[in-house]
Write a protein that binds this ligand. Structure first.
Ligand code: ZN
Length: 158
């Protein structure tokens, strides 16, 4: 396992469309473990493969309830609306207001290529939308209402 470099805004890879994963390989398995490591190390709640420079439809998420791995995720259903601060490991130290659905149902494959269905509300619904957008080359900054603002993380406080 290893940490990967998180690409930041300005890197063209963040605006490209990722390709579906056709089969699990040792290389992809390693990528998934590296993405989880990289996400935890950066204290993020989600990471998409293009953020580490790999154009494959793979997402990792952990909102504090354990890791979720989504391969070739598809949003099946959304409802409601929530507006709140959103940030991205590729736009470090910044956040902005984004409106997202308040409920999202996702179909994907897990790391064993078995079909999984997840339903998320609040932060998890937001994370599903944000990370799946990355697979289509979309950044949350395109959706921000008003200006981005600086954020200070708890870890910086004494
Ligand atoms: Zn992001």
């Amino acid at each position: 396992m290893a940490l990967r470099t998180i690409r930041t805004e300005g890197d063209p890879v963040l605006h490209k469309i990722s390709r579906p994963v056709k089969e699990m390989t040792p290389k992809i398995r390693t990528l998934i473990f590296d993405m989880l490591d990289t996400m935890y190390e950066a204290m993020g709640v989600g990471l998409a493969a293009p953020q580490v420079g790999i154009l494959k439809r793979i997402v990792t998420i952990d909102i504090g309830e354990g890791p979720i791995v989504l391969i070739n995720p598809e949003i099946l259903e959304t409802s409601g609306e929530q507006t709140g601060d959103e940030g991205c490991l590729s736009v470090p130290g910044m956040a902005g207001q984004v409106t997202r659905p308040d409920y999202v149902k996702v179909k994907a494959l897990d790391e064993n290529m078995n079909e999984v269905i997840y339903e998320g509300t609040e932060l998890l619904a937001r994370a599903f939308c944000h990370e799946i957008d990355h697979l289509d080359g979309k950044m949350y900054t395109e959706l921000v209402e008003g200006d981005l603002h600086r954020v200070t993380y708890d870890e910086d406080e004494e």
